[in-house]
Design a protein around this ligand. Structure first.
Ligand SMILES: NC(=O)c1ccc[n+]([C@@H]2O[C@H](COP(=O)([O-])OP(=O)(O)OC[C@H]3O[C@@H](n4cnc5c(N)ncnc54)[C@H](OP(=O)(O)O)[C@@H]3O)[C@@H](O)[C@H]2O)c1
Length: 302
């Protein structure tokens, strides 16, 4: 286990990177138009990193980039569509720069009704499968960085909402039964397992993979909650939700800390490695998920 860091649940992302010079580093962030992704882009750019910022439309991500600064390249990436994932990866490959940090951050939560993309439940598709595809398409560029890092944003307790099996391979369509939180939990468990298996596959390459839990943060993630739930959340947010500047600290820490150069396959909360529960450390399941995911994205991988 990695040793205790100097940061904790009150640390801000800006504090975490305050001593660092990130000039010359290239950071790709998915979901850079809102919440934790936008804050991470802002903070990492403030230390000199060049941000490849992705958003669902070029107009939206260009607007976000104008808030971040000039060291940004806006890129269109719609995670509901694997043609878009492939096209985005092709642009990044053409840009050619090694990727020092690939921050898989974009996500959706608790869709009220079952929605599917190509027969797969949408949260699993967007949160896990599309990031699986994107990372695999860009992995050689991550490996070319002096110490490339993949950081996967998982979830707070959402893996506890997942089905007991962690990932139900016989119900990836969601058709057997669907509940918004259970499917979100499954997708976030998949995020953690993907990072775990990737760490094994990167062993010896110098590149690392870790996943993180930002904790409960005041962002737009609850947009799909029913109106009354959002109202309640709005009223009590100040009491238990972290402001976004604090919420982004763990992903910025794991993305940049010099102390973590050799740390891989770990899960972080409040800027420290912890051992998650549920199926999050199940290596057999992680391997099985990798095989299934490869099969599901095969047409876009080659
Ligand atoms: N906030 C929390 O309490 C919390 C807790 C645990 C984990 N997380 C995780 O943190 C990550 C960031 O979420 P957030 O809290 O910052 O929420 P957010 O403010 O809603 O930001 C989510 C980002 O993901 C993007 N996104 C959503 N669907 C997409 C798609 N199909 N294609 C491309 N981009 C898409 C959004 O773009 P649009 O705005 O254009 O849709 C937005 O930029 C998520 O993975 C979430 O699961 C958050």
């Amino acid at each position: 286990m990695t040793r205790q860091s100097a940061f904790n649940k009150q640390s801000t992302a800006a504090e975490v990177v305050a001593e660092l010079d990130l000039s010359g580093k290239t950071v790709l962030i998915t979901g850079a138009t809102s919440g934790l992704g936008l804050e991470s882009a802002r903070v990492l750019a403030s230390r000199g990193a060049h941000i490849l910022a992705t958003g669902r439309t070029l107009a939206k991500v260009s607007a976000a980039c104008s808030q971040v600064g000039t060291a940004t390249t806006p890129l269109e990436l719609e995670l509901e569509n694997h043609d878009s994932v492939r096209a985005c990866a092709d642009v990044v490959r053409k840009l050619g720069a090694p990727i020092d940090i690939l921050l898989c951050n974009a996500g959706i939560m608790a869709l009220p009704k079952l929605e599917q993309i190509r027969g797969i439940e949408k949260q699993f598709f967007v949160n896990h499968l599309s990031h699986f595809l994107l990372v695999n398409l860009l992995l050689e560029q991550v490996k070319r960085a002096p110490q490339g890092r993949v950081v996967v944003v998982g979830s707070s307790s959402a893996y506890k909402w997942a089905p007991p099996a962690g990932v139900e391979f016989d119900n990836l369509s969601g058709e057997r039964d669907y509940t918004p939180n259970k499917s979100y939990g499954q997708s976030k468990t998949a995020n953690g397992l993907f990072s775990l298996e990737l760490a094994s596959r990167l062993a010896g390459s110098g590149a690392t993979s870790n996943s993180i839990n930002p904790g409960p943060v005041d962002t737009n993630l609850s947009r799909h909650y029913p109106g009354w739930q959002r109202k309640v959340l709005g009223l009590i947010a100040g009491f238990f939700l972290k402001p976004v500047g604090v919420g982004a600290s763990t992903q910025c820490y794991v993305a940049t800390s010099p102390a973590l150069e050799k740390t891989s396959g770990q899960y972080f909360e409040n800027c420290n490695a912890v051992v998650p529960g549920g199926q999050m450390t199940n290596k057999t399941l992680a391997g099985k998920l990798w095989e299934k995911s490869t099969e599901l994205v095969a047409s876009h991988l080659s």
